[in-house]
Design a protein around this ligand. Structure first.
Ligand SMILES: [Zn+2]
Length: 607
């Protein structure tokens, strides 16, 4: 038990429970408890290997688990507290001298009580604790795409376990070409998941009360399809775009970001393709309540002459509405709820929004605190038009133009973004939000974003604030370090410069009681981030070698080049070793080359 900077009591549990009470005068030996009695078949099977268990036939009006060291008869299980009577995910947990009781209206609530118990048990708690807890939001989502850096199958299951431990209940999985498409197997990448693995992921999520939501793009962001020779003809942008001047001020190039992004909306074969892919995805997720059909950032619609003729030069909204409704219909006919990204709807007026099927759920993605007012305006507009809205924050996203964030997420921004959505969920009574983890900036040629395992700080922050919107924000970093790594006394780590982050994580690598892999990733990646800044500085100075300079000046340049080279040679094998544990060789090559190859080519003539 400790106090946050503003003096509130906190307990080492994430998400922080709504209410708790501790009494350190009531002490006991808690760690030897190995008997479990429950009337929940799900919990009975989940704890299978670690406990001696009894499944009771008790048809009480609620579910319970009793954990004890010796067999106990006649336990008086108390009535559920009023606070959680109407909370289907709520639970009651009491750790006392002789036994622990967890109780809930539902097996899902019981599961969350069990997760809290597991976190406390790891800390070897040996005094009385009472927790009464329930979430603020019913949609607590985590998203990842498998475009680049797909974790090995066992690691995906570990990630799901961790999400469950932090009480996430939705997992949006964007397979891209790592899904085993049957009708068009040529779309599928050789590192794809197998049908059996996808079945196991479905079951694994369901046993942990996580709703798996597959994301299948249907109009834009189909680079993985349109990059293939066989399907390239179905793209919307067929000619290199014309501009009035020979360049555009868009940081990524011409008027159009990416010519293999969208399918042509007038191309029947293209629709047959995306509908076939969508239906295969739906059928592989029989238990999923939602299907995400993407539909974001389709900036190049109505570029081709057929589309101009069919929809009119200014017919983008009509085209888009037709597309959403057509895809939504397929999802709804399969008994599921469609979700779309909101960005293409942002300019829609009420009349246009009225034409969109109102069963579609709108996922509003805004990744910066500076978007707060825009978010409010959009949520209000969508709600007024009768749509359900779910928020989306980012744990890492496109911050490429800022070199220091190519290798480590911009933690202050990421956490502020989580806080923003916690506030908005509260203010607008949203169902909740999802935290997105993007593997690279969309497109097939973009370099990878920071290493996946650098995201746990914002991801677990979102778990905390989706469960508990109004909890104290300033105490989170300390709580995270204690809960996730089991370390105390390290402060102001994530919002600091690379050197502080690096030395902080050097210490955590030595001191941590768990998650040492993630600590090592943070240590190395903070150094890669430092490398990036150094290498970009020396790159700017290289021109000097071809000018009239003195020997002393030349030595400065060469010494800097050598330092950067030494750092690079130090990092490369360590990164490879870390990646090798959970990722495939192809992705390791992409990651390492994307970080260092340009520099190596540039410096080849000098050192
Ligand atoms: Zn077209």
């Amino acid at each position: 038990l400790k106090k946050t900077q503003t003096g509130e009591d906190m307990i080492n549990i994430i998400p922080q429970p709504k209410t708790f009470k501790t009494d350190e005068n009531i002490k006991f030996k808690q760690n030897h408890r190995n008997l479990i009695k429950t009337n929940s078949p799900i919990m009975f099977s989940l704890v299978e290997n670690t406990y001696i268990r009894t499944l009771e036939e008790d048809k009480s009006f609620y579910f319970y688990m009793v954990i004890s060291e010796k067999a106990i008869t006649n336990i008086n299980i108390p009535a559920l507290p009023g606070m959680i009577e109407n909370e289907k995910e709520g639970y009651f947990l009491e750790i006392d001298i002789n036994y622990t009781i967890i109780a809930s209206q539902t097996e899902q609530g019981l599961f969350y009580g069990w997760q809290t118990y597991l976190q406390l048990q790891q800390q070897e708690i040996d005094y009385y604790i009472l927790v009464i807890d329930f979430p603020d939001n019913e949609f607590r989502g985590f998203h990842m795409d498998l475009r680049y850096g797909m974790p090995k199958f066992e690691r995906i299951l570990q990630i799901i376990d961790r999400l469950a431990n932090y009480k996430y209940n939705k997992f949006i999985l964007e397979y891209e070409n790592r899904f085993p498409f049957q009708k068009y197997p040529q779309i599928t990448d050789k590192l794809s998941l197998t049908p059996d693995e996808i079945k196991i992921i479905n079951e694994y999520c369901s046993e942990r009360f996580i709703g798996l939501i597959p994301l299948q793009q249907t109009i834009g962001h189909l680079e993985y399809l349109l990059k293939l020779d066989e399907f390239n003809q179905h793209r919307e942008v067929k000619d290199f775009p014309e501009t009035l001047i020979p360049f555009s001020f868009n940081s990524v190039g011409f008027k159009f970001f990416n010519e293999i992004d969208e399918i042509c909306a007038s191309d029947k074969k293209a629709y047959e393709l995306v509908e076939s892919m969508l239906i295969e995805i739906i059928n592989s997720h029989p238990g999923s309540q939602y299907i995400h059909i993407g539909c974001d950032e389709a900036w190049n619609l109505i570029s081709c002459n057929n589309c101009k003729n069919n929809f009119g030069l200014y017919g983008r909204a009509d085209l888009y509405i037709k597309h959403i409704n057509q895809m939504a219909k397929i999802v709804i006919e399969h008994g599921k709820i469609p979700i779309i990204w909101d960005d293409m709807l942002r300019t829609f007026d009420d009349e246009m929004l009225k034409k969109v099927n109102s069963d579609v759920v709108i996922m509003c993605w805004l990744y910066y605190e500076s978007n707060r007012n825009l978010a409010k305006k959009l949520i209000k507009k969508y709600n007024d038009s009768g749509f359900q809205v779910i928020g989306a924050s980012a744990a890492k996203c496109s911050e490429g133009p800022e070199p220091q964030y190519l290798d480590l997420p911009w933690y202050r921004q990421r956490v502020d973004n989580v806080f923003m959505w916690a506030d908005l969920c509260d203010e607008f009574d949203l169902q909740g939000s999802v935290i997105t983890v993007w593997s690279n900036y969309s497109g097939t040629i973009a370099p990878p974003h920071p290493f996946f395992d650098t995201v746990w700080y914002p991801v677990i922050c979102s778990a905390q604030f989706m469960w508990n919107n109004n909890i104290n924000k300033s105490g989170f970093e300390e709580l995270f370090l204690e809960n996730f790594f089991g370390v105390n006394g390290i402060k102001n780590l994530f919002n600091n410069n690379n050197q502080k982050t690096y030395t902080g994580f050097l210490e955590i690598v030595k001191e941590c009681k768990k998650n040492s892999y993630e600590a090592k990733v943070m240590e190395i990646m903070s150094l890669v981030s430092a490398y990036r800044i150094k290498s970009q500085a020396i790159n700017r100075e290289l021109y000097r070698l071809n000018t009239n300079i003195t020997e002393a000046e030349r030595r400065i340049v060469f010494n800097r080049l050598k330092e950067v080279k030494n750092l690079r040679e130090y990092l490369k094998p360590q990164i490879a070793e870390l990646l090798n544990i959970y990722y495939y060789q192809d992705d390791i090559d992409i990651f390492i080359n994307s970080k260092f190859e340009t520099d190596e080519i540039l410096y080849k003539n000098y050192v």
